[in-house]
Design a protein around this ligand. Structure first.
Ligand code: FES
Length: 138
């Protein structure tokens, strides 16, 4: 089987799909090569991510990784969310085929883009905290 049970589960039954209307941070990231787009909405209270939702127009692995990423950051501090790597998302999904690893980078960067937007809205320069947001190139 190419995909793990967890990937199939998060693809067919994605968690936290949708928008947060009064989101504190919104990030959108795309992959120019495959054309897939991911949008991440965060609600942040007292440095804690109290809610996360996403919309992904993309492949199955992009849907599954964004679903898992929202599950992993909900209830966590911003610091913990900033430590979320695409490898951690892949691991939580029990792996992804090598050709699909780049899809998980989209999930990692979408979280960072939303946090970046959060800091910008607070009048804080996000770059020293969040770093540059990179559109995946693969
Ligand atoms: Fe584009 Fe998966 S193929 S994100």
């Amino acid at each position: 089987m190419l995909y793990s049970e967890k990937v199939l589960d998060h693809f067919s039954n994605p968690r936290n799909v949708g928008e947060i209307e009064d989101a504190d941070g919104v990030g959108e990231i795309g992959n120019a090569k495959c054309g897939d787009i991911m949008k991440m909405y965060l609600k942040i209270d007292n440095n804690t991510i109290t809610d996360a939702k996403f919309k992904t127009f993309g492949c199955g692995a992009a849907v599954a990784t964004s679903s898992m990423a929202t599950e992993l950051i909900k209830g966590k501090s911003i610091d913990d969310a900033l430590k979320l790597t695409n490898e951690a998302v892949v691991e939580a999904l029990d792996g992804l085929p090598a050709v699909k690893i780049h899809c998980s980078v989209l999930a990692e960067q979408a979280v960072r883009a939303a946090l970046s937007d959060y800091y910008t809205k607070q009048g804080i320069d996000p770059v020293p905290i969040v770093g540059e947001i990179k559109e995946p190139e693969e």
